[in-house]
Design a protein around this ligand. Structure first.
Ligand SMILES: Cc1ncc(COP(=O)(O)O)c(C=O)c1O
Length: 476
């Protein structure tokens, strides 16, 4: 039986269903698999030519016992989750340019045009599946830096077991991302704008955490979360690392580097889990923008909260990368006592300075760099002009970081994760190129411009009271 435990050790082990539906463990810790599955090279060779959905089934079967979800139900859940993707390969890989050393994995062919769709559709389907079976209803919350919100809102449309409340900081995300949430007409999906958040989506994450900590409110609404604190999101994201690997390397066993634009570290935490499971990764390039919390922890061993900086890659303008804790747990010997100490120190002082042994362990196989706003814009322009490929600002951060940190002499290929479609960031594209090419547009974004919006709006100062009130008595 695969069991799920809290990284801070203060909760009894639970099965997959309980870990997913509760979001966080009762001791407020993040759930992780007690043991990550191990995958042999022979197994990897056998998986090499599988489609993305076949591979997803194989990998998820290692995390989910058949007594929790039957083989047929799991296959159906997975297939339904990728029906709305516009590319037959779901998460296709292609070379960037003719050098043969840098590759791009496009993770943005889902319904809301970001990599969040890859896991979110499945996770929401999973919630709906479990809740129907139990005959229950839940309220799920998500705070967003721009892409989780649209993905969650879209996935919840028409789900009879779920009400969704999506919180966003209006000044820090694009109008296109806002409309992907506010133009939804389904009555069970609610978009909540909170203006003036000093730390952007981190403040909204905190609001969600506070509402969860209010046991009476949590029970009254049967609250859960589909943010990347939810184990299922991170587990699901391990799959695109395997698939991207198979589509990029010539032979299984060869090393591959990955460059990943990082915000809350959910995506790259999944990558580090994939490596622990047996994926032959050379190194991970932790690509950050001018918000350098992750760069500091990998390069200096200091995990500290810093003021938010507004950048063109706004979805990774995040000051507290919550999933770093999961990575730390697996990288440093799975020790809940140490985790409790570190998280406690961070909560108290806003900072942890790791000893050199811990720093070595957490950075093993990782390098990091920070890409400036000017470099992001210049990369979009250069790649468009030279390669005729339009990067979104987050992929641009990854590509620039890959070019800076790739191995020399270059035997190892680098796969850059393109996490969003450029059409979500037209102002940045226009600033970089001076115009918006056709590749920077998308029919769904154009269509949303004509639709009516439905929004609850609050200011940061009154969000606690306001959000509680509307969640109890929705008016829209
Ligand atoms: C477009 C885009 N790229 C990268 C990221 C970073 O992903 P993560 O938060 O999992 O590090 C996000 C979300 O935060 C995103 O929306």
């Amino acid at each position: 039986m695969t069991q799920y435990i809290s990284i801070t050790g203060g909760a009894s082990p639970v099965d997959f269903e309980t870990a997913i539906l509760s979001g966080r463990a009762p001791d407020n810790g993040l759930y992780v698999a007690e043991q990550l599955p191990k995958i042999s090279i022979d197994q990897l060779i056998a998986w090499k030519s599988m489609t993305y959905t076949e591979l997803t089934f194989e990998i998820l079967s290692l995390f989910i016992d058949r007594s929790v979800i039957s083989e047929q139900d799991l296959r159906e859940l997975i297939e339904n989750s990728f029906k709305s993707f516009s590319h037959p390969d779901v998460v296709p890989v292609d070379a960037l340019g003719s050098n043969g050393d840098i590759f791009i994995q496009e993770l943005f062919h889902g319904p809301t045009l970001s990599f969040k769709d890859v896991a979110m559709g499945f996770v929401v389907n999973l919630f709906n599946f479990f809740l129907k079976r139990k005959g229950e209803r839940m309220t799920i919350m998500a705070a967003t830096s721009g892409d989780t919100g649209p993905a969650a809102a879209n996935a919840c449309i028409g789900k009879e077991t779920l009400d969704a409340w999506i919180l966003y900081p209006p000044e820090l995300i694009t109008e296109e991302q806002v409309r992907q949430m506010t133009c939804i007409t389904a009555p069970n999906v609610h978009a909540v704008s909170v203006a003036g958040c000093p730390d952007g989506s981190d403040d909204l994450e905190q609001l969600v955490a506070d509402l969860f900590a209010d046991k009476k409110f949590k029970a009254e609404l049967n609250l859960s979360s589909v943010n990347s604190i939810n184990w299922a999101r991170v587990m699901m994201q391990t799959v695109h690392y395997f698939y991207g690997y198979f589509r990029t390397v010539d032979q299984v066993g060869e090393q591959l580097d990955f460059a990943v634009p990082c915000g809350a570290f959910g995506n790259l935490c999944a990558g580090s889990m994939a490596r622990k499971m047996g994926l032959p990764v050379g190194k991970f390039i932790v690509a950050t923008n001018e918000n350098v919390c992750l760069q500091r922890v990998f390069e200096e061993g200091v995990f500290a909260k810093l003021p938010i900086v507004k950048t063109p890659s706004s979805a990774i303008d995040i000051t507290i990368p919550l999933n770093f804790w999961r990575h730390l747990y697996y990288a440093t010997g799975e020790n809940p006592e140490k985790m409790k100490q570190w998280i406690g120190d961070f909560d108290k002082n806003g900072k942890v300075v790791f000893d050199s042994e811990t720093h070595q362990a957490l950075r093993d196989g990782f390098v990091s760099t920070s890409i400036s706003n000017e470099e992001t814009l210049a990369t979009i322009k250069q790649v468009y002009e030279v390669e005729d490929y339009l990067l979104d600002p987050h992929a641009a951060v990854a590509v620039r970081a890959a070019k800076r940190l790739k191995s020399e002499p270059d035997k190892v290929k680098t796969l850059c994760l393109a996490t969003a479609h450029p059409a979500k960031f037209p102002d940045v594209i226009a600033e970089a190129l001076g115009f918006i090419p056709d590749k920077g547009r998308h029919a769904s974004i154009e269509a949303a411009k004509q639709l009516k919006e439905r929004i609850y709006s609050f200011d940061f100062e009154d969000m606690h009271k306001g959000v509680r009130q509307v969640m109890r008595n929705p008016a829209n």
